[in-house]
Design a protein around this ligand. Structure first.
Ligand code: ATP
Ligand code: MG
Length: 392
């Protein structure tokens, strides 16, 4: 097979109104170009309804790059052939000779355009070309078998009036919407397993993120900061068109004060402080929400009762895309995204947490126990933040 094009499918964009879809497709094309450039790849993007075609000499790497781009549902390296049964059959036979490795096979064909565009139907492509593949398998010395539902070897054909495309695989993309089609949100990123996954999930819905790391002083330290930075670098790899910086808020003095002044409620005040710093950074960076990696009940500060107490620390919406997920599933996602390896040290929070933290806190009790100037200090610390550009 000689793939010369990558078919890029963009799923959810197809159900938008014409105007919105056009804008989102513009952005998707722009993001794909940025992704190719970041990986040193070249490709000409041709736009068609619900699809992008990338004409390229490097279909394999281009398909991988597309499959890492938000808004892309799947990508297939494909070979362009004449839209005739002879040409399609011949390409399928070539593909079989090069890639068939035993077991059952199936030919899946789709035809686009008016019925008059081709003197054949999709079922006719499947049966005629399937027969040619059958013969090819037989002449390779194997026992041919067709399994339309779950074949070991699937050959796909997309036949359009002017051209047909033949491909063997669909590489799954993240889906969602193109990055940059929503307003940005601040991502509270600790470098643990959860928060980078949560940030990635918002990116996958089109939101650029402004990552904020709260440095907990003696409870955090250089290893935590380096780890947070490493996860943000990995996230930045999914956003080649977006400049990204890590905003580091120094909270060492605040943590020490909370620890001295408060007992079993201090984690909640620390969370409230973090959310208040996030709000201040959001204001400065024109972001419209905050994303955290919280999941109900995962930790004492994340019981449904305690989330009610921390949630009111900001008037911005707090997005919690992992809210109902189990840790094992979040961990699998972190592995897929590539942030798991960066996140193997314990977070500082684990050390700030008291022996017996409150799991059913009362807002008035937390307010009464925490320093009066907690939110003011959050704003001051946020203003003094260090902005570290992320290289890629
Ligand atoms: P992760 O930080 O990835 O969730 P974790 O589960 O160990 O790992 P938690 O203590 O559960 O961390 O923190 C809950 C959420 O609070 C995090 O998902 C993150 O959004 C935010 N957060 C915690 N610590 C920090 C920090 N030092 N800086 C910025 N955000 C933080
Ligand atoms: Mg967590």
């Amino acid at each position: 097979m000689h793939p010369d094009v990558v078919l890029v499918r963009n799923g959810e964009l197809g159900v938008k109104s014409e105007q919105v879809r056009r804008k989102m497709e513009d952005r998707l094309a722009e993001n794909l170009r940025a992704m190719f450039a970041a990986r040193g790849l070249t490709g000409d993007i041709e736009r068609r309804r619900n699809r992008l075609f990338v004409h390229t000499d490097e279909p394999d790497a281009v398909a991988d790059a597309a499959a890492d781009t938000f808004g892309v549902v799947s990508a297939s390296p494909a070979e362009t052939v004449e839209p005739t049964l002879e040409a399609i059959s011949s390409a399928l036979v070539d593909a079989t000779e090069a890639h068939y490795d035993g077991g059952s096979f199936a030919v899946d064909a789709d035809r686009a355009g008016p019925a008059s565009a081709h003197p054949f139907t999709s079922p006719e492509i499947e049966s005629e070309c399937g027969a040619a593949v059958w013969d090819a398998v037989e002449s390779m010395g194997a026992e041919p078998a067709v399994d339309l539902d779950d074949p070991d070897f699937r050959l796909c054909v997309e036949c359009r009036p002017d051209e047909a495309y033949v491909y063997l695989e669909r590489r799954a993309g993240p889906g969602g919407l193109p990055l940059g089609t929503q307003r940005p949100v601040v991502a509270l990123v600790s470098g643990g397993i959860d928060s980078p996954v949560a940030a990635w999930k918002l990116m996958a819905r089109g939101c650029p993120v402004v990552p904020v790391y709260v440095d907990l002083g003696d409870y955090g330290g250089p290893d935590h900061r380096a780890r947070a930075r490493a996860t943000v670098e990995t996230l930045a790899g999914y956003a080649p068109g977006e400049p990204m910086s890590l905003h580091v808020v120094d909270a060492g003095a605040v943590v020490a004060d909370l620890e001295a002044a408060m007992a079993d409620l201090r984690m909640l005040s620390l969370r409230r402080f973090m959310l208040a710093t996030a709000e201040a950074v959001a204001e400065a960076e024109a972001a419209v929400g905050v994303v955290t990696g919280e999941a109900i009940g995962q930790k004492s500060s994340q019981t449904s009762a305690n989330i009610a107490v921390t949630d009111v620390a900001t008037t911005l919406p707090i997005h919690r895309p992992l809210l109902t997920m189990d840790k094992a599933d979040i961990t699998n996602l972190a592995r897929d995204i590539g942030t798991f390896e960066d996140a193997t040290v314990d977070t500082g929070c684990n050390r700030v947490a008291p022996e017996l933290p409150e799991t059913n806190a009362d807002l008035d009790a937390v307010r009464a126990a925490e320093p009066d100037d907690l939110f003011e200090r959050a704003r001051t610390c946020a203003t003094a933040r260090e902005v570290v550009p992320i290289e890629r």
